[in-house]
Design a protein around this ligand. Structure first.
Ligand code: MG
Length: 259
C-alpha cells in the first residue's frame, strides 16, 4: 500500500494512493483507520512530505563505498556500531520544493537515503521484532553542508539547515526489507545506485541500536545512510532521489535570499 500526504483545497490529509487517486484516511494512521471511498486526483493535489516526526534519527557511514569516497574528509575506518545523529524536523522539505543553498556555503551535497517511518512507540526492540515497528519506507535526501563538517564535530551544524531534509514522495508499506533500490540523479545524470543489501548495518540492527538508547514514536523517521556517489549541488541544479519500489523525490536548489 502507498500512503501519501497531500494538500487539497486548503486541507491536509493522509490518504491511500491507488491508480493516481488519493483516498483520504480518517482515524489513526498508525492504528486503526478507515479509507474513504471518494478519491482526490493526485495531479490536482500537492504532495507533502509524508512524515510528522518528533525526531529524525539519521545514520552516517553506513555504506562501505561511501566511507571510502569520504576518506579524504574523515576517518576511513569502518564503524563498529551505527554512527547516529539527529536532523531537526524543521529541516523537512516537501517533494518538489526548493532546497535553499546557504549564503557563504562552499559545498552542499545531496545524499540519497532509504527512510523508515516508525509505526508504534518503540524501546528496546530486538532486531527480530523490527517488522512489527515499521509502518513503511520512503525516500529522504540528507542534504549536507560539507564545509561545516570540517570545522565542527557536531554534524547538525552542516545537516540541520531548513530545507535540508526532503522526504517523499509517499510511504510504501513493505512485508520485507530485501531488494529495495536507491538511486540519485543530479540534473538527469545517474550518481548513486545501490540496494538496501549494501548497508553495513541493516535496518533491524539500526532499530535495535537506536531503541536501546531512545524511544521512537509513531511517525518518527530513520534515515539509513547514503551509498557512494555523493557530490556537490549548485544553485539551479535538480536532484532526484528514486527507487523502483518507493517512487521519486525531486527537488531543486535555489540561492538563499539575503536577510
Ligand atoms: Mg546521510
Amino acid at each position: 500500500m502507498k500512503i501519501a500526504k497531500i494538500l487539497f483545497e486548503g486541507k491536509t490529509c493522509y490518504g491511500k494512493l491507488e491508480n493516481g487517486m488519493v483516498y483520504p484516511i480518517s482515524g489513526d494512521l498508525f492504528g486503526s483507520f478507515t479509507v474513504g471511498g471518494v478519491g482526490i486526483p493526485l495531479e490536482k493535489a500537492k504532495l507533502l512530505a509524508p512524515a510528522d516526526p518528533s525526531k529524525i534519527v539519521a545514520i552516517g557511514k553506513n555504506y562501505v563505498d561511501h566511507i571510502n569516497e569520504m576518506s579524504a574528509m574523515a576517518a576511513p575506518a569502518l564503524p563498529e556500531e551505527p554512527e547516529v545523529f539527529l536532523k531537526p524536523p524543521s529541516a523537512i522539505l516537501n517533494p518538489g520544493e526548493d532546497i535553499v543553498y546557504p549564503i557563504g556555503a562552499q559545498r552542499v551535497d545531496y545524499e540519497a537515503e532509504i527512510a523508515v517511518i516508525v509505526k508504534k512507540k518503540a524501546r528496546y526492540v530486538k532486531k527480530e521484532e523490527v517488522m512489527d515497528y515499521i509502518f513503511g519506507l520512503t525516500l529522504l535526501n540528507d542534504v549536507s553542508r560539507r564545509d561545516k563538517a570540517k570545522t565542527t564535530t557536531q554534524w547538525v551544524n552542516g545537516k540541520g539547515y531548513d530545507t535540508f531534509c526532503p522526504i517523499g514522495p509517499w510511504i510504501t508499506t513493505v512485508d520485507s526489507l530485501s531488494g529495495i533500490t536507491i538511486r540519485s540523479h543530479l540534473n538527469g545524470e545517474l550518481r548513486q545506485n545501490a540496494t538496501i543489501e549494501d548497508m553495513i548495518f541493516g535496518i533491524p540492527e539500526i532499530f535495535e541500536f537506536v531503541t536501546n538508547r531512545m524511544t521512537l514514536m509513531p511517525g518518527d523517521v530513520i534515515a539509513t545512510g547514503t551509498p557512494s556517489g555523493v557530490a556537490p549541488m549548485q544553485v539551479g541544479d535538480v536532484i532526484v532521489i528514486s527507487s523502483d519500489e518507493l517512487g521519486e523525490l525531486k527537488n531543486q536548489v535555489v540561492a538563499e535570499v539575503p536577510r
